[in-house]
Design a protein around this ligand. Sequence first.
Ligand code: ZN
Length: 62
Amino acid sequence: MSDNTSGRGCLWPMWDHSSIPTHEYCGKNRTDGQSYCTEHYARSVRTSEEPKVAFVPRKLAA
Ligand SMILES: [Zn+2]
């Protein structure tokens, strides 16, 4: 099997969304089976799982 990506590090982009892409990545050791290191993998999971707006009841039954 060819696995030419196994030697590469974390692929978390190090530039801002508004910036011109520099194609510089974090480069730390990746988590098994993931494209990111432990820290950035946790960030990517948390970002996708957290609701953007917390549910707040408008009015409790009075
Ligand atoms: Zn990283």
